[in-house]
Every structure is written in structure tokens, then in C-alpha cells.
Design a protein around this ligand. Structure first.
Ligand code: NDP
Length: 234
């Protein structure tokens, strides 16, 4: 059965791969983009997840065009790495505001319609770093660990209404975000990953579409790693 799917930050990287995977299976897919253009072939809405009004307007536009959002993928995220003694309050807050509070905003906005429909899927894109930690990533790790609490609380609040909330925790995926890392750090990370390689965004997308499927209806509050074994023991 075709569903209405909204992917935040769906104009590039992991978000775009997720949007393409849902479209391929016949769902109605909307993506949000903050800068640039919406990717071709998708219903695109401009949205900055740090602004509640922008989130509300984006949902209203999607609802008018494709119907209420049944599957929400909270993917938009940023990094701003530096060691803790150099990290400004602004650097900490900006990353948490985008990755954690932004995800809360979209989940809150989606929840009313999901409750009314008595069906919904929320998938939060966290990171291996959320539970593993990352030097220079106090802000990012805090924001990504926070998503676990969000998904598990939503599971307790809305679980009886056929609404699931899960976390996907990717390891190192080849996107603009990891391309920005210095080559020596990329080599170091590659050595630490049991699979011995970074992953393609499509490998994350496959897990997300499965979590949204009817087959995964009894899975909620889970943290599913897609990290080549890097974070084993979470
Ligand atoms: P990219 O940097 O390639 O893309 C990030 C996306 O988020 C872009 O679409 C960007 O929009 C959007 N975005 C950023 N800030 C905002 C905002 N305030 N409002 C709305 N949209 C925003 O990242 P990836 O594809 O690599 O990452 C996607 C998600 O996966 C992120 O949450 C990231 O933390 C997570 N992740 C990535 C990993 C990796 O190895 N790449 C590993 C683990 C987790 P715009 O194009 O306008 O900037």
C-alpha cells in the first residue's frame, strides 16, 4: 500500500537515498530542502527545522499535495566539530537545535495526524557517535544520543496506536558530511570499522524503508546500527 512519506534534508546524501528508495517502491514522497533546489522528481518543500513556523508550513504544503504524513524520516542534521575546551555555547546549541530539537519539531507536527489515522512510522537518523562518542563531537553526540530518548518516549506515548518510532544509527557513510573529513582521519576510521569500508547511503535507506514497512510493525524504540560493526556493544 502506497504511503505518504516525508524526508527532512532529502535533497542530498542519506536523505536523498532514502527518498529515492521510498519512491522506488511506489510511495508518495515529499522531501524538505533548506538551500539550493528540490531534487528532481520529488515534491519538495523548503524548510528549516530550526524554525517551528517553517516546519508547520512544510507539513501543511505536503498535506495539501500528498495527504497527511504517514511515514516521517527525521534526517536533517549538521556537524560542527571541535574539542570541548574550544566549543562555544553557540556551537553546542546550534547542533542540538538542528539535530535534536529539529527532530522533535517534525515528530510533534507529524504526531497529530498519525494519531488520528491510528497508524504511523517515525524514523530518526542518529549516528554511531550518539552512543559510541566522538572526540571533538560533544555537541553532535549529545544531539544524536538524545534521539534515542525521543524515539523511546514516543514509543511509550503512542505505541498503542499503531505508531512506531525507531532510531537508525549509521556509521560512516559516503556523503558530503564525511567527504569533509581530512584523509588521515578517513583512513583511521576505515581501520577501526570491522567491515573495512564506508557504506553507501543506499545501505541506510534499505533499513529505513524496511522499518516503515508493515513487516516491521512490532519493532519500536529500537536503535538499529548500520555501521559495519563499528559500534558493537551499544
Ligand atoms: P549531508 O550534510 O550530506 O546532508 C544534510 C542534510 O540536512 C541536507 O539536506 C541539509 O540541507 C539538511 N539540513 C541541515 N540543517 C538543516 C536545517 N536546519 N533545516 C533543514 N534541513 C537541514 O549529510 P548526510 O546525508 O551525511 O547526513 C544525513 C543525516 O545522517 C544527518 O542527520 C547525519 O547526522 C546523519 N549521519 C550521517 C553519517 C555519515 O557518515 N554521513 C553517519 C551517521 C549519521 P542543505 O542541503 O540545505 O544544507
Amino acid at each position: 500500500m502506497a504511503r505518504t512519506v516525508l524526508v527532512t534534508g532529502g535533497n542530498r546524501g542519506i536523505g536523498l537515498a532514502i527518498a529515492q528508495a521510498f519512491a522506488k517502491q511506489g510511495d508518495r514522497v515529499a522531501v524538505t530542502y533548506r538551500s539550493g533546489e528540490a531534487p528532481e522528481g520529488f515534491f519538495g518543500v523548503r524548510c528549516d527545522v530550526t524554525e517551528a513556523d517553517s516546519v508547520d508550513a512544510a507539513f501543511a504544503a505536503v498535506e495539501a499535495e500528498l495527504g497527511p504524513v504517514e511515514v516521517l524520516v527525521a534526517n536533517a542534521g549538521i556537524t560542527d566539530d571541535t574539542l570541548i575546551m574550544r566549543m562555544s555555547d553557540e556551537q553546542f546549541t546550534r547542533v542540538v537545535e538542528t539535530n535534536l530539537t529539529g527532530s522533535f519539531r517534525v515528530a510533534k507536527r507529524a504526531s497529530t495526524k498519525m494519531l488520528r489515522a491510528r497508524w504511523g512510522r517515525m524514523i530518526f537518523i542518529s549516528s554511531v557517535v550518539g552512543l559510541y562518542g566522538g572526540a571533538g563531537q560533544v555537541n553532535y553526540a549529545a544531539s544524536k544520543a538524545g534521539l534515542v530518548g525521543v524515539a523511546r518516549s514516543i514509543t511509550r506515548e503512542l505505541g498503542s496506536r499503531n505508531i512506531t518510532a525507531n532510531v537508525v544509527a549509521p556509521g560512516f557513510i559516503d556523503t558530503d558530511m564525511t567527504a569533509a573529513l581530512p584523509e588521515e582521519r578517513r583512513t583511521e576510521y576505515r581501520k577501526a570499522i570491522p567491515a573495512g569500508r564506508f557504506a553507501e547511503p543506499e545501505e541506510v535507506a534499505a533499513v529505513v524503508t524496511w522499518l516503515a514497512s508493515d513487516a516491521a510493525g512490532y519493532i519500536s524504540g529500537a536503535v538499529i546500527p548500520v555501521d559495519g560493526g563499528l559500534g558493537m556493544g551499544h
